[in-house]
Write a protein that binds this ligand. Structure first.
Ligand code: HEM
Length: 121
């Protein structure tokens, strides 16, 4: 199992999965949040909200993660396709949406473990 110890490793890990899993022939990706995992600072990623996305019910911005609590973290629920926003029938559905193969259970767990470890910088 991959162990991710630093934010830079999280960034490279997600970037590589995305690059490796584009489905040939799919239209270009057009996400409202762009590649926020690659472009945000450590502080903005760990303490901030997903750029360009609001909760369709409350209108509030959505935190990317909750340090030490992967189960309540939007990025993890998104990649697992769980919860009211990302689950089946939810307004967003599982991430990555569009023409990219989903992350494996082990890949999501590696990110979840880093969050549960308190997001070491
Ligand atoms: C590492 C985590 C994530 C990845 C890799 C990812 C990836 C993507 C991709 C590739 C698209 C484009 C779909 C297309 O072009 O058709 C997309 C769309 C979108 N993403 Fe994400 N996403 C992530 C996390 C999140 C989170 C945490 C939220 C909200 C809190 C979110 C909200 C959305 C929304 C609203 C859309 C547009 C609507 C849709 O296509 O469902 N994403 N995402």
């Amino acid at each position: 199992m991959t162990k991710l110890n630093h934010f830079s490793e999280i960034q490279a890990f997600i970037e590589k999965i995305m690059a490796d899993n584009i489905i040939p022939g799919a239209p270009p990706l057009n996400s409202p949040h762009k590649a926020f995992w690659a472009t945000l600072s450590y502080d903005a990623f760990c303490n901030g909200t997903v750029p360009g996305v609001k909760d369709p019910v409350t209108g509030n911005s959505l935190p990317i993660l909750k340090k030490g609590d992967s189960k309540s973290s939007n990025i993890i629920m998104a990649l697992r396709g769980e919860g009211p926003l990302f689950g089946p029938g939810g307004p967003f559905g599982q991430m990555p949406a569009g023409g990219v193969t989903k992350f494996t259970i082990e890949q999501v767990q590696a990110i979840a473990d880093w969050i549960d470890a308190g997001c070491p910088q």
